[in-house]
Design a protein around this ligand. Sequence first.
Ligand SMILES: [Zn+2]
Length: 237
Amino acid sequence: MELAPHLHRLGTDIVACYLFDSPEGITLIDAGLPGHWSDLQQELDALGKTPADIRGLILTHGDSDHIGFAERLRRDHGVPVYVHSADAHRARTGEKPKAPAGPMRPAPALGFFWYGLRKNGLRTEYLKEVTEISDGDVLALPGSPVIIAMPGHSPGSVAVHLPSVDAVCVGDALTTRHVLTGRTGPQPAPFTDHPAQALASLDRLTHLTTSWILPGHGAPWHGTPTDLTATIRTAAH
Ligand SMILES: [Zn+2]
């Protein structure tokens, strides 16, 4: 699905990842669940591209619903996978502290788990190799993505700013659709290691003037990070 010229979304409001396309090649942000591999193939076909055009995959964090096809892309197509050093272990092993899920409603929660099953969420392949990144890095990939550390959801959560398309991918630093309650609108994400730290990290976005904020779960949000942060702080109280 094309969000804007050069900017595409794979997946749905339940689980999404993003593709930046340019004449220099493709940058991916997140890898969804293993079954999103076929969504990636469809999007590449529609663009007249192949996995050989993908220059790199940046993970917003190391959780299993974001690393889906990453190892397959790395192993079979030689695509480097970037993750913040504080989440590299999680991306390699899946080990993480147990974070409280918080509120839940049966139908949306079942919808999330069912979607996960259909997309082979139980067959996570962890990364054998990653390239570690840190706050402030500007990666030598199409779109010159800028890494903004957003600790809280996980220690190595990052936002990925793509200045040329006026967008920032935020992973689970926030959500616009709570996967377990189905509630829509900007709000804190569930399964967050340190909720207070995640809220504080939102301030790290407010210097951006981007008009697209792209979460790992929920609809793309059109507006400035400053407005979004204010909405989330209200929702969190
Ligand atoms: Zn997630």
